[in-house]
Design a protein around this ligand. Structure first.
Ligand code: MTE
Length: 305
């Protein structure tokens, strides 16, 4: 495999020790999993696979920032890198948190992020289009931000919305999707310790094309759940109507858990191409994060795709 080195100063690259910490984190999570009973269709993912996910080499900084999906800037993979930084103004940036919570508010980006401990986590990103990357994110656990807003007991879901401004996001002049881009998580998914609000990658601020200044990262779900350039977070009682599920409900579900046993109607999800590699590899249940399986115990994951 050809891995290109990132062209950024070594002082800005996350130290290796940080990635090793992640291994300890997953070691603990793997123990918890062993103690839980898996639905039979998921039992195929062994501890060896979970361990393998941790050893993945990150993709190069160049790969991660030049091959993107960000339809607000065009549908070609090279459009976001070419166009997003030209028009997207990421400061000042305001995020509104509201809905079913006791402490709603409008936060300037720095006020939202600063009180929380930043973490570095290298995660696989598996796109629904059957390609994948390994990305060293920097961010804050989403649950820390959500807890601050004091969600009410009736809050069962969290809805996220991207900026709507065709002047800054020229792709919104075309009706590829019903803008703005909306995504959602069930409350327990949003509060899971793996779920991040990413503000950077490779130890640097997020580039515009990767969803600056902050985007969601949910590593066990198809990449379309990881919504970029978020301006609104809302606690809801009902399952949010998400962009892709509204646009093609037979192809994209709300849950969107990576699942090699459930094909997309137009292609297989059993295999994937890691960007930078030629030979396809097997896709792992939950993208190689089996510790989340207990969130879906008793659910039919074919129906809730
Ligand atoms: N968020 C917004 N607002 N608009 C998008 O088009 N594309 C999604 C997701 N988040 C998208 C988005 C898809 S399909 C994927 S695979 C990932 O972003 C890609 O993230 P990356 O470009 O950082 O690899």
């Amino acid at each position: 495999m050809l891995i290109r080195k990132p062209e950024i100063p070594s002082s800005e690259i996350t130290p290796e020790a940080t990635y090793l910490n992640r291994r300890q984190f997953f070691g603990a999570a793997a123990g918890a999993l062993a103690a839980s009973a898996l639905p039979t269709s998921l039992a195929a993912c062994t501890m060896d696979e979970a361990e393998a996910a941790q050893r993945d080499e990150p993709n190069s900084y160049e790969d991660i920032t030049s091959y993107n999906n960000f339809y607000e800037f065009g549908t070609d993979k090279s459009d976001p890198a070419r166009l997003a930084s030209r028009t997207l103004r990421t400061r000042p940036w305001t995020v509104e948190i509201g809905g079913l919570c006791d402490r709603p508010g409008r936060y300037a980006f720095d006020d939202l992020v600063r009180p929380h401990q930043k973490v570095d986590r290298t995660y696989r990103l598996r796109c629904v289009e059957a390609w994948s990357m390994v990305i060293p994110w920097r961010g804050i656990p989403l649950r820390d931000v959500l807890a601050r807003a004091r969600p009410r007991p009736g809050a069962r879901f969290v809805e996220f919305t991207t900026l709507l401004d065709p002047a800054q996001m020229p792709g919104q002049r075309r009706s590829v999707l019903d803008w703005p881009y909306v995504e959602g998580l069930r409350m327990d998914e949003a509060m899971h310790p793996l779920t991040l609000l990413a503000t950077g990658l490779y130890g640097r601020d997020l580039p515009a094309q990767n969803g600056a200044p902050l985007r969601l990262v949910v590593p066990w779900k198809y990449g379309f759940k990881s919504i970029k350039s978020i301006v609104r977070i809302r606690f809801t009682e009902r399952m949010p109507a998400t962009s892709w599920a509204r646009s093609a409900p037979t192809e994209y579900g709300f849950y969107a858990n990576v699942n090699p046993a459930v094909d997309h109607p137009r292609w297989t999800q059993a295999r994937e191409r890691r960007i930078g590699e030629w030979r396809k590899r097997a896709t792992l249940p939950f993208n190689g994060y089996p510790e989340v399986a207990s969130l879906y115990r008793g659910m039919d994951l074919r129906r809730n795709f």
